[in-house]
Unconditional design. Structure first.
Length: 255
């Protein structure tokens, strides 16, 4: 992963000015073009999400060259790194816009949609393939959940998945048209498997082998990119033990 640049240039009263270039595509069209907008940071805590919100809130939206512009299409919800809706490429790196601080970036910023999903428009993508995969692997419990001391920590870790899609963006084995579901399904599957040790849903285990275990190349790029800090390598080890070898893998307790 590229090392982030840390450099700023101040303008006026020490308020850094940024040129934000956006890869744009209007809904229903395939042509793309780059349009730039100027933004002056108002607060050290300003993020890419804050800049996009301010730009779209301008009464008359003009680009950096003074031309009229359409509102920027992108998604957001919590703006607190809890929902994963604002995933995009920031200078070529998959990030959450709400967790990407301008002070960490160069003055010229390029925003683009994630590449592994269909583009709805501008920075907005269609992530419905993730929900489709969860349905197809039958990710639900066939028996009531139980609390087990040995698996409680795994279930909690898996529950923190944001379903943002960043893990799929960097996964060398995932393709939207392929059968491999990637960590976006493997982690929720780990939660179900952890809730029913020894009673794992038969169909889920079958789908786990076909759609997760057999397609994973163990690059663990998903672990390095996860904004929630989930150790997907450990998740896979736990789930493989339960779904493939029908036994629970004990792991050292955290201190």
């Amino acid at each position: 992963m590229k090392k982030r640049e840390h450099r700023q240039k101040t303008d006026g009263e020490n308020n850094p000015s940024y040129r934000i270039e956006i890869e744009r595509r209007r809904p229903g069209r395939t042509e793309t073009y780059i349009q730039a907008f100027s933004y002056e940071m108002q607060d050290p805590g300003d993020t890419v999400a804050a800049a996009l919100r301010e730009i779209n809130a301008r009464p008359e939206l003009m680009d950096a060259e003074g031309h009229p512009a359409e509102p920027i299409l992108w998604e957001s919800s919590c703006l607190q790194k809890k929902c994963g809706a604002c995933a995009m490429l920031v200078n070529g790196e998959p990030r959450l816009a709400c967790d990407c601080f301008l002070r960490e970036l160069p003055q010229k910023i390029r925003l683009a949609p994630l590449r592994k999903f269909p583009v709805v428009g501008d920075l907005q993508i269609d992530r419905s393939i993730m929900q489709k995969n969860l349905r197809e692997i039958r990710l639900w419990m066939e028996k009531p959940a139980e609390l087990w001391e040995e698996t409680a920590e795994d279930a909690y870790d898996a529950s923190r998945c944001l379903q943002c899609g960043l893990c799929l963006e960097v996964c060398p084995n995932f393709a939207a048209e392929g059968s491999f579901t990637g960590a976006a399904a493997a982690v929720p599957a780990a939660r179900v498997l952890a809730a029913q040790p020894g009673k794992e849903p038969t169909e889920l285990k079958k789908q786990y082998r076909k759609r997760i275990y057999e397609g994973c190349g163990k690059s663990l790029a998903c672990r390095d990119i996860c904004p929630a800090g989930i150790d997907t390598g450990e998740m896979l080890a736990q789930s493989n033990a339960a779904a493939m070898w029908k036994r629970m893998r004990r792991r050292p307790r955290r201190r």
